[in-house]
Design a protein around this ligand. Sequence first.
Ligand code: NAG
Ligand code: NAG
Ligand code: NAG
Ligand code: NAG
Ligand code: NAG
Ligand code: NAG
Ligand code: NAG
Ligand code: NAG
Ligand code: NAG
Ligand code: NAG
Ligand code: NAG
Ligand code: NAG
Length: 830
Amino acid sequence: MAGQNCGATIALLGVLLLGAARPGAEASEIALPPGSDITVLIKPGTPALPLKPCYIIHNKRQLTTLIIRSGEKVNFSFNCQNPEKHFVIETQKSIDCMSGPCPFGEVALQPSTSVLPTLNRTFIWDVRAHKSIGLELQFSVPRLRQVAPGVSCPDGVTYTISGRIDATVVRIGTFCSNGTVSRIKMQEGVKMALHLPWFHKRNFSGFSIANRSSIKRLCIIESVFEDEGSATLMSANYPDGFPEDELMTWQFVVPPHLRASVSFLHFNVSNCEKKEERVEYYIPGSTTNPEVFKLGDKQPGNMAGNFNLSLQGCDQDAQNPGVLRLQFQVLVQHPQNESNKIYVVDLSNEQAMSLTIEPRPIRLSRKFVPGCFVCLESRTCSTNLTLTSGSKHRISFLCDNLTRLWVNAEKTISCMDQRYCYKRSYSLQVPGDILQLPVQLHDFSWKVLVPKDRLSLALLPAQKLQQHTSEKACNTSFSYLVASTVPGQDLYFGSFCPGGSIRQIQVKQNISVTLRTFAPGFQQEASRQGLTVSFIPYFKEEGVFTVTPDTKSKVYLRSPNWDQGLPSLTSVSWNITVPSGQVACLTFLKERTGVVCQTGRAFMIIQEQRTRAEEVFSLEDEVLPKPSFHHHSFWVNISNCSPVSGKQLDLFFWVLLTPRTIDLTVIVSVIVGGAALLLVALGLIICLVRKKKKKTTSKGLSVGVYNGNVNTQMPMQPKKFPKGRKDSDSHEYAVIDDTMVYGHLLQDSNGSFQRPEVDTYRPFLGPMGDCPPSPPLTGSRAPTAKLTTDQPSSSVPAESESEPYTFSHPNNGNTDIPLLDTHKPSEPEE
Ligand SMILES: *[C@@H]1O[C@H](CO)[C@@H](O)[C@H](O)[C@H]1NC(C)=O
Ligand SMILES: *[C@@H]1O[C@H](CO)[C@@H](O)[C@H](O)[C@H]1NC(C)=O
Ligand SMILES: *[C@@H]1O[C@H](CO)[C@@H](O)[C@H](O)[C@H]1NC(C)=O
Ligand SMILES: *[C@@H]1O[C@H](CO)[C@@H](O)[C@H](O)[C@H]1NC(C)=O
Ligand SMILES: *[C@@H]1O[C@H](CO)[C@@H](O)[C@H](O)[C@H]1NC(C)=O
Ligand SMILES: *[C@@H]1O[C@H](CO)[C@@H](O)[C@H](O)[C@H]1NC(C)=O
Ligand SMILES: *[C@@H]1O[C@H](CO)[C@@H](O)[C@H](O)[C@H]1NC(C)=O
Ligand SMILES: *[C@@H]1O[C@H](CO)[C@@H](O)[C@H](O)[C@H]1NC(C)=O
Ligand SMILES: *[C@@H]1O[C@H](CO)[C@@H](O)[C@H](O)[C@H]1NC(C)=O
Ligand SMILES: *[C@@H]1O[C@H](CO)[C@@H](O)[C@H](O)[C@H]1NC(C)=O
Ligand SMILES: *[C@@H]1O[C@H](CO)[C@@H](O)[C@H](O)[C@H]1NC(C)=O
Ligand SMILES: *[C@@H]1O[C@H](CO)[C@@H](O)[C@H](O)[C@H]1NC(C)=O
């Protein structure tokens, strides 16, 4: 009745009420059945009240203690009005599971509280069992709450639980009612003491015992959270030292919609001789369970779902063992911030699209990873959620750190009917519902399927694109990765970002276009996206890049698949526009392409569009052309042979437009044949003509014409391939800048620009333009001090080259992050 849940005030009230109700010395009779293994002890309480003496009256004798054993029946009374102030009663029951079956189940208070005098009562159960048997104490609601030893519970009802390691008693803890501890599993015996204050009318123990298989540790304490709340728990023997080399586990049952965080309130470590003291967690969603922590580490937070935590002691230094102890708190609460927010992702008007919100791949490390979940309709939560087109989805997040998730989406645009899709266009645009999600979009991949050999594709960006190269890296927050998805064809066209000179990319067959973001800033830059794909008449080259350079900005262009080499027998062209009044300088960054053909021939054609005059270069044995100047729009076309493995075709060049001016007339002295001869050639350029191929036919408009028969066969006799170097290496020529001013003097009757046939150049002495007249080949690759290797540029965080590269080669081992372990948007196979 009174004082059921409350503190000292009500306890005091209870004293008054009961004291008033009692008519003085009251007789009690306690009968303990034989074989019950119960002993009842009535003894002075602590502190003993010295004031008015009070005695137990038994058989007309005044006693200060009374022991009643199994099989005894005893009448006694007290000679004072308030014996509860003087005496306490302790009943102890031994349960021996070693010699016979153990009485499991609900544990009763024996003798019943109704027959006991109104004194503070302590019921003790001493269960002894084999080491191999696990004993489980189960507590009914309101469960238990651990308190530090010596702390009194509000209602005075206290459980004290201890165990045994061989002969040594180990205190597991002191508990009040009304907490989270639902079960305690131990082995080798349990000693449980339930203290009920005299005014407490409780007549049940509140727990039961069950046997379990061995738990292989000191104990396991289970806590159940039904709602938000917290629990403070302590290591065995706290605040004294945890037993040496022992293991103790706490299990936590947490509703999936809540999050748990662990914090260590107080701990000390001992001096370990062997092993290390540590805590180990099993955390839902973690890929590296058990998660091992030192006691001094920051402990995990925001865990969704059930988890457990184990404390492992060590072999201590016998001389100076120190103490291992731990007091910690588990806080369970509703997830913060994002969790309450519902995001609607409406894919009801989309087709053939799927969107996955999944954990970003993490670097393999022992670092802790708390759970991070995406919930559908706030009910079903998982670490990886896929949404499909055709419906509207409502999602929320349960995640401490949303940067640990990302979104990958894929959409298929397929046209199989040539008549229907010819000239049709589709906009490749990330839907707004995806951009509003609080997680970063990683990849949005469009797979575009065309009728084979009937139509091809043109990609038209809203803003001209720049090809990402190590010399000129993209600095935007996103890029388009374009790759062929034709099975068996490993062809990656490159990574392209807005802000360049590529007006159009035409591709022959099925492709994937992946918008990949590199920084969270994509949301702000999202307006710069915009790509239209159109179905156009079929053509035979793998790709055609239409480039309209801006004045005075170098356009770097690299052949597709540049790291692995252009696939065998494929052909690619660049349509480079030179506006009137401008001159384009075309410079190859390497001396040679490195290709060695097994079968067929690899060649390059540079053709002026206006006159169709063209120059043909064998890419196999010839040095790539020196920088050349073009007054008019021109084509660069390469066709690959079937190369020897490891000797691939990779072409890298830049184009620079400059206004045609007459400001750089330069004179350079030239020495020929060792004789000092100074030639002053004011307004004259000496450019010796290299062997030049001129197209004799008048047909052929686009590149497709001379690459119609892609690869191996050139429209001219292969025997006429220009030779490598000239025999004579004794010439030294004057090198004069701005060839174009006087270029007409060197043009042949067809207007084709003639390249100087030069072997050795002297260092250029005169003023230097952006387009150097004499390329010290590898040395002139870039104005920066960057290495000329194909290493990814480390100074470009926005887009490491390895990343887009990985895109088409998922097994590339160079990336720290296994980016494509889980997501392969661009694999060629569908
Ligand atoms: C009986 O228990 C109450 C509360 O647990 C305590 O305050 C009181 O001192 C105890 N009485 C005796 C005689 O030990
Ligand atoms: C105890 O007292 C009851 C009456 O209160 C009496 O019936 C019983 O015989 C007594 N028992 C002993 C052992 O004296
Ligand atoms: C249990 O404890 C909570 C706070 O810890 C309190 O709000 C609640 O009233 C308590 N319930 C009982 C039955 O003591
Ligand atoms: C405890 O007391 C309640 C009434 O207060 C009674 O219904 C119940 O049977 C008693 N239980 C035991 C085990 O004595
Ligand atoms: C529990 O005890 C019973 C009999 O005492 C035994 O048959 C059973 O195997 C035990 N269960 C476990 C899990 O130890
Ligand atoms: C125990 O750890 C506390 C900090 O958690 C520290 O202040 C205290 O000195 C340590 N005590 C011992 C005995 O190492
Ligand atoms: C801890 O949790 C893991 C995973 O749920 C489970 O495999 C393991 O048995 C648990 N350990 C203990 C002692 O509860
Ligand atoms: C919640 O938002 C506040 C400020 O907006 C931030 O400090 C805190 O870290 C966020 N918590 C989580 C769990 O994201
Ligand atoms: C969130 O996670 C990222 C890595 O995924 C990490 O770099 C960042 O520091 C984390 N932020 C917080 C507040 O924990
Ligand atoms: C990216 O580079 C361009 C020039 O290439 C420059 O204009 C722009 O400011 C740069 N943007 C960032 C974010 O660095
Ligand atoms: C080459 O580019 C120019 C300028 O963009 C364009 O007008 C022309 O049609 C292109 N040629 C081909 C064959 O695509
Ligand atoms: C997420 O699920 C998708 C689809 O089931 C799967 O392809 C992907 O590998 C999963 N991601 C992770 C990180 O498990």
